[in-house]
Design a protein around this ligand. Sequence first.
Ligand SMILES: [Fe+2]
Length: 244
Amino acid sequence: MTESRRDFLKATALTTAGAALGLGFDAAADDKLTAASRLTDAQGQYALPPLPYDYKALEPVIDETTVRLHHDVHHKAYVDGANNALKQLAAARADGNFALVKHWSRELAFHGSGHVLHTLYWTSLTPSPGGEPKGDLSKAIAADFGDLAKLKAHLTKATVAVEASGWGVLAYQALDRRLTVLQAEKHQDLTVWGATPLLVIDVWEHAYYLKYQSKRADYVAAVWDILDWTAAGLRFEAARSAAR
Ligand SMILES: [Fe+2]
């Protein structure tokens, strides 16, 4: 790993309630991707990162209106919700009144996870896909799933089958050093402690309904054409390094 990449990965490490996620990109990738991976601003508040591409850059797979609403309205709401939960929990500590600690803990888990997952989502997609997974990620996919086709079948089926709203997730489980496919209901349920997401697919209806209506499977199938395996490979590299 080059020094610049190590610095980059360190600078862009994501941390949220109960989860530490490595998110990084090749040093050759542009600064937009670095900015797009930051969860917080200079003051340490959660902040909405800019998209690493234009609103219409993912067309025809995902239309401009969907991306605009999804990023500017939905993702922003999770940022605001996470900041509010932190503020309310700080107030509870200040006055010693923890009567609503369960509520605000749940709010932090929901909105904080929503912020992390959407940040990962925008950087799991690219208008310039570089083809199939490469390097160590490709080897790990072969070892843990058989081959890319089997991973694709597994991740696609798991994502389409998410009950109600949620996510399909390719993750690295550091505890047993293996790749795994997860479903996340809402943003925070059915996840596994210790798993670092490498690539996520949003299947809340706001991610696809304007264009695909009830055809979630068509959306998931199309998204495979714009997955950023370079970003996933770098997150894998960071997660494995952290596990050593
Ligand atoms: Fe979403």
